[in-house]
Design a binder for this molecule. Sequence first.
Ligand code: HEC
Ligand code: HEC
Ligand code: HEC
Length: 437
Amino acid sequence: MSAAKRLPPGWWLLVLGFPLATLILVIGGFLVAAQGGFIAFQVPRDDTTTVPTDAAALERGRYLARIGDCAGCHTVRGGQPLTGGRGFASDWGVLYSTNLTPDPATGIGAWSPAEFRHALQHGVSRTGLLYPAFPFQHFQYLQQADVDAIFTWLRSQPAVVAPTPANTLEWFAGWRPVMFGWRMLFHRPLPLPPAPDRSQAWLRGRYLVEGLGHCAMCHGHRGAYGSQPLPLRFAGGRIPRQGWVAPALDGASLSHWNVADLADYLRIGMAPQGSAFGPMAEVVHSSTQYLTQADAEAMAQYLLELPPVRIAPAYRDYPLPHARSQIDVRTAALYEKHCGDCHGDDGRGQAPFYPPLAGNPQVTASDPVNLIRLTLVGAAAPTTAGNPAPHSMPPFVNRLADAELLAILNYVRGSWGNDATVISRRQLEEVRAMPVE
Ligand code: HEC
Ligand code: HEC
Ligand code: HEC
């Protein structure tokens, strides 16, 4: 072979390298564009915008901050409101919420309104790229006037010096720029689609449910790396690290509800169909109880019109027997002795104080973690203006042996027309091992 015909060393790099580099650039460019280009990363520091600070703006800001539950996440249990420091555990370590009081050094006292808008709408602040435990993916839908009102109200609160504890995230997750890659894969800054044929109430309900209320944060299915796939945002599922199931929220899953009862559930924490417990009781207590009747009804209307999305249930990998095959006079007697006084021997409860167990999807859910856990640890509906002295349910964790508990749980899963699968000893043990927060 002559020298002229021989290919230069590394020829394949040239031949493959060029198209490969182009492909990487095109995909990278597309993903950067899809997550909103670079606007999000330009935090406006020096800014002279002013926001209204009159009494009406303050009152509005207070209302909106409650519905956004800022204090719920930015307060440690029993701590001073809005001073941050509440830990959020994830597979990658613990992240802490920040001080939202107007202290200039440790809070938002030195922030401009534009900086605050930017943090809520883009999830980037002077701290850097924020993690999605902060609901910026929902707050991105907020109207500017609402964000400004929240800012005004926060700035009117007492300033408290409260440095945010250092996050204990794994080195890789703890390096904020890594969120740039996360955003390319999982964040899509798109406005809510126009819906000209919808009523004002529906639009308002959508704004509150999808945006400020960030309901999908618990009621959505979790994808890889803590992402929240948009089409599955109301498909329900276990809340990561909490051991509670947030049920699906859509017209079909909520078919046993109506607008008035759902609005009551959100404002009072109690309705003839069921009452709020676990994390939802906290949400009602710190946030939704303050909804105006009109806003609560708007949210209910929006939820009841959501089309259902189905995903494979967690507990269907192998066929389980029906719970009703385990029912006999002995199990009925156990139920009547321990639960019947409140929930009725017929399982119909006493509306609205003692929720029904018959026909209750919380009881027949394919993943029975809520039923087991609630029976172990007991529950109290949230204290609200509409229910100032809530009734409570005692814990049965030390009161019943495992065999008795299983007998009762399977009795309620298979009686009065309920037709769910059995709860196994393994499932009971799994829930027993969950930490009580
Ligand atoms: C579901 C919990 C949750 C809710 C609800 C929530 N936050 Fe946060 N927020 C967080 C967490 C966690 C962080 C820390 C994020 C980080 O460090 O990346 C944070 C960070 C922030 C930051 C950035 C602070 C900084 O120093 O960079 C601002 C601003 C903020 N939140 C404002 C609000 C406001 C206003 C509301 C109510 C409308 C609110 N948050 C509701 C959890 C929450
Ligand atoms: C912190 C997590 C969390 C957030 C945020 C949350 N939920 Fe829930 N929700 C739950 C859990 C857990 C349950 C199941 C326990 C119960 O029924 O009380 C639940 C139950 C419900 C139910 C009862 C469904 C049924 O079939 O019984 C409704 C309705 C509901 N949530 C609506 C909402 C709305 C609207 C929002 C937003 C404003 C919201 N939730 C925000 C965790 C949450
Ligand atoms: C002293 C009265 C009382 C007894 C006894 C009692 N419960 Fe309850 N139960 C309640 C109250 C009150 C609630 C509402 C709690 C809340 O909203 O946090 C409730 C809620 C529930 C729920 C959730 C229903 C929903 O959708 O809101 C289930 C499931 C349940 N109880 C099962 C049982 C079982 C099983 C037993 C017997 C082992 C039992 N309860 C014994 C009072 C009682």
